[in-house]
Design a protein around this ligand. Structure first.
Ligand code: PNS
Length: 166
């Protein structure tokens, strides 16, 4: 496992500008970055995994982020199994609030115990500190404009589907 290879895991349902900022900053820190859509069994989910992957790929491409970013999905086992499969020694998470620290800390410790993988927390840009996928889902589902909070491909996609479909 290499500390030059990192994974940015998340539900990305949908990807937000906060996610894209963390991906951009992580890409500048590591030689190879895997952005991984992980099925979270605690969350029902809005968008199909294939759509999340497509939106992430389009958002990363439109933002002109480096080609060393691999986008993938994982639903068959532990997150650290994927990390080990691709040789990644680091997980990167964005932290917006004390609540995020509380949520992420046990997972970071567990992942370290399971496989020796380190978790690096990047503090979210305050501009994105109140943006979450769940709020974006709620606003979009009620017909509001989410374009200030999501990458352009995500805004276009959400505009193209009716609130009934979400
Ligand atoms: O965007 P989210 O929903 O906050 O992402 C949470 C996610 C998917 C990163 C988290 O649920 C996770 O790490 N799942 C992996 C499951 C796993 O390996 N669990 C055991 C060790 S904590």
């Amino acid at each position: 496992m290499s500390n030059r290879i990192a994974v940015v895991p998340g539900s990305f349902d949908p990807p937000t500008l906060g996610h894209l900022d963390v991906i951009r900053r992580a890409a500048s820190l590591y030689d190879e970055l895997h952005v991984l859509v992980v099925h979270n069994p605690d969350k029902a989910g809005m968008l199909p995994i294939a759509v999340r992957l497509q939106l992430l790929e389009q958002s990363i491409a439109e933002a002109g982020l480096p080609g060393r970013i691999v986008v993938g999905a994982w639903s068959v086992g532990l997150l650290v199994d994927y990390a080990q499969e691709v040789g990644a020694g680091v997980l990167v998470k964005g932290i917006r609030s004390q609540g995020d620290v509380t949520y992420e800390t046990p997972m970071a410790i567990m992942n370290n115990h399971l496989a020796g993988v380190e978790t690096v927390f990047l503090l979210a840009d305050p501009a994105h500190s109140v943006v979450s996928s769940s709020l974006v889902r709620q606003v979009a589902g009620l017909g509001g404009d989410v374009s200030p909070y999501v990458p352009a491909p995500v805004a276009r996609y959400l505009e193209s589907v009716t609130s009934k479909e979400l």
